[in-house]
Design a protein around this ligand. Structure first.
Ligand code: TYM
Length: 336
């Protein structure tokens, strides 16, 4: 809670180009939730998290700025929502350090995302990757967030955030709001088009596996045409048919239809027609976002102003919590 209002916080790493999975699992829900009256919303460009994997500095800078433009293009109003860069608010790194001292190695060892990423980047298993969830806890707890909308893959990090908050509150009294995770009804886990047993991911080396938010119409249609399905030849929504199920999930998340309504739309279609129909739904969903993105990309001064104003706003709330934490822990205050 901030100023008696419910508070929501979420964010994405500023790594590469975000995918349809990031959009349907997170960003689209943020836009819907931030339209509700009386909620304070904070959305971070989580660039500190990004360097747990090596980044090319020039591309990293471009990707981070592009992500801010994509948030706005997707419909987040930066005058109503606080959209900020994590690295512009030093309190994130500072609280993360403090929380590291209230988090156990055993807890971090259980994190499945760490295990996956460590396997993927075996040449660079750095301690930042290991303590990634603690920085995420700092992001959330600094803003006293009640609600954290994320895709399903982040729920384990949400649980550990709650554990850390409860542990800290148990020692020092009610310092942090204990947040709830929020996973949308649709699009919570979008799978790779090349391997429907794997999550769609920005870092997938196979370019056909993911739809990127700025992919043009032809690219989107071509990727759906190539999507891996099965050899049964009939359309049904079932765990035994992960490729078809994923296509139906994508269609439902883009059109806000139920699975039953989707199945009725696909009645009598073959796989080729199904793929075309899903591809078109995605193209229609992304077209307005892409048009707004192109406009925003031309407006450097506007983006710079948003960045500056929101960094100040985020810092104000973050520092308030950090001061409280430092006092509770017993750090010596600087004499005035
Ligand atoms: P990132 O950038 O990996 O993912 C951003 C969001 O996209 C969701 N997501 C998906 N949803 C459905 N299907 C998929 N295939 C898919 N892939 C990704 C993720 O669940 C996430 O919601 N660690 C966070 C970033 C972060 C954060 C935070 C989030 C840093 N600090 C504080 C919330 C609160 C992450 O996963 O980023």
């Amino acid at each position: 809670m901030i100023d008696g209002k419910k508070t929501m916080l979420s964010g994405m790493q500023a790594t590469g180009m975000i995918t349809l999975g990031n959009y349907l699992g997170a960003l689209k829900n943020w836009v819907n939730l931030s339209d509700e009256e009386g909620i304070n919303c904070f959305y971070g460009i989580m660039d500190l998290h990004s360097i747990t994997v090596r980044q090319n500095p020039t591309e990293f800078r471009q990707n981070a700025r592009r992500l801010l433009q994509l948030y706005i293009a997707a419909g987040l109003d930066p005058e109503k929502n606080c959209i900020f860069f994590q690295s512009h608010v030093p309190a994130h790194a500072e609280l993360a350090w403090i929380l590291n001292c209230y988090t156990y190695m055993g807890e971090m060892n259980r994190m499945t995302q760490f295990k996956d990423k460590a396997a993927k980047h075996a040449d660079n298993i750095n301690t930042g990757l290991f303590t990634y969830p603690v920085l995420m806890a700092a992001d959330i707890l600094l803003y006293q967030a009640d609600l954290v909308p994320v895709g399903k893959d982040q729920m384990q990090h949400l649980e550990i955030t709650r554990d850390i908050a409860n542990r800290f509150n148990g020692v020092y009294g009610d310092v942090f709001t204990v947040p709830e995770g929020y996973v949308g009804k649709q699009g919570a886990r979008i799978m790779s088009l090349a391997d429907p047993m794997k999550k769609m991911s920005k870092s997938d080396e196979n370019q056909n596996a993911s739809i990127y938010l700025l992919d043009d119409k032809d690219t989107i249609m071509r990727k759906f045409k190539k999507a891996v399905t099965d050899s049964d030849g009939f359309i049904a929504y079932s765990d035994e048919k992960p490729g078809i199920r994923n296509l139906i999930d994508i269609y439902c998340a883009c059109t806000s239809k139920t699975v039953e309504e989707a199945l009725a739309d696909f009645n009598g279609m073959n796989y080729g027609q199904l793929k075309e129909c899903v591809g078109e739904a995605v193209v229609n969903e992304l077209a307005p976002l892409q048009a707004r993105y192109d406009e925003l990309a031309k407006n450097k001064d506007y983006i710079d102003r948003i960045m500056k104003e929101n960094a100040q706003k985020a810092s104000y709330y973050a520092n308030k919590t950090l001061r409280k934490v430092k006092k509770k822990v017993g750090f010596t205050e600087m004499p005035r």
